[in-house]
Design a protein around this ligand. Structure first.
Ligand code: GTP
Ligand code: ZN
Length: 340
């Protein structure tokens, strides 16, 4: 039933990322429905990928495609291709558009978020921390990819600054233009695994998507994406889609995630700044702001050199931003208890 020539044939469900987590959500009366993975989201259309290939889905009236994200699993009536429902997400990268109360899902069921930055003026710890908060909050494993190391004289400085961002964080150097990049990233890109890419314009995301897709593939940016000229006359990727990685796995480019306003990410921030979060309960006052209070163990850690004072400043800024951007109904400091 393939009717979309641009997307590759997909193979068994497991290779598409299907897990028991999704299978267990099917109700007995839903066994006749076909699971499909959302490969493209358009303003009024959704493209699904099944074991048999890709199809244009039929949508019930009043379906808002903005409620769906690339990577979502949905149940489809096989004869009519009518969308029945979306299955709960295992992980989700989502953001709040400015002035909007609703969170917008950007990519769903992503195992690993590749946060791409080049080793030059683009490198910015505060921005990388925003992406890390997003990955932590959504349940995706973050990995920092350092590009353009071949053009940097002080690569080790960038590397050290990246490693410091979060405990246990994987930091990898890749040149997206070389096939070796695919080998370097292979452990995150196995069969059924899904990765997403975020980062500023020009750091090498599109180049990396092409390298991961491998030779002989139609260029993903020509199949999935609409390339538009931006003000500087440069090509910029503007649509999201799921691309097959040579040898297994799927990659989602997430244009529109270049600038990021953090919201609803209280838990993600707590994970990101674990060294502060873990000290806080030992402060004398339960509501210690770690700014000037007596008996503050966070300030004590700064004083004796165990905690980088810059981290404390950025932690506070990010928490304030998160608080300001998160509607009160989403809970204190954007902490969400359930539900993706
Ligand atoms: N020398 C070198 N060049 C690189 C490296 N990574 C990316 N480039 C080059 O940097 C330029 C920008 O790369 P793109 O892949 O278009 O960047 P992008 O992140 O997709 O940019 P947008 O589509 O605007 O978001 C291209 O000319 C790449 O070949 C690297 O590690 N080393
Ligand atoms: Zn304190």
């Amino acid at each position: 039933m393939t009717d979309h020539p641009d997307l590759p044939p997909s193979g068994p469900l497991a290779s598409l990322g299907w897990l028991d987590f999704f299978a267990e959500q099917r109700e007995p009366h839903e066994t006749g429905l076909v699971p499909m993975r959302i490969a493209m989201v358009h303003r009024s259309r959704l493209t699904g990928l099944s074991e048999a290939g890709s199809v244009e889905l039929t949508l019930p009236v009043h379906t808002n495609t903005a409620d769906f994200a690339v990577g979502d699993w949905v149940l489809i009536h096989p004869r009519t291709r009518m969308l029945h429902r979306r299955l709960n997400r295992r992980t989700v990268l989502e953001r709040r558009l400015e002035g909007s109360r609703a969170l917008q899902p950007v990519a769903a069921n992503v195992d690993t978020l590749f946060i791409v930055t080049s080793c030059n003026a683009d490198f910015n710890q505060a921005r990388l921390e925003r992406y890390l908060a997003l990955a932590n909050q959504g349940g995706a494993n973050p990995v920092i990819l350092l590009t353009k190391a071949d053009m940097a004289t002080d690569f080790d400085v960038y590397r050290r600054q990246a490693v410091e961002l979060q405990r246990g964080l994987d930091v990898v150097s890749v040149n997206p233009r070389l096939p070796a990049a695919a080998r370097t990233l292979a452990s995150w890109c196995g069969v059924g695994q899904t990765v997403a890419l975020v980062g500023s314009s020009g750091v090498g995301k599109s180049t990396l998507v092409n390298t991961l897709a491998g030779p002989g593939q139609a260029l993903p940016q020509e199949t999935g994406g609409i390339r538009e000229h931006d003000a500087k006359g440069r090509h910029t990727t503007t649509s999201r889609s799921l691309h097959a990685i040579a040898g297994g796995g799927w990659v989602i480019d997430t244009p529109g995630m270049r600038t990021l306003h953090v919201s609803d990410a209280g838990e993600g921030i707590a994970t990101l700044f674990a060294e502060i979060t873990e000290l806080a309960p030992s402060c004398r006052f339960r509501d210690c702001t770690h700014a000037h209070e007596p008996g503050c163990v966070v300030q004590a850690a700064v004083a004796d050199g165990r905690l980088n004072p810059e981290r404390l400043i950025r932690w506070r800024k990010l928490l304030d931003e998160n608080h300001d951007n998160t509607p009160a109904s989403a809970g204190p400091r954007g902490r969400r208890s359930v539900g993706r």
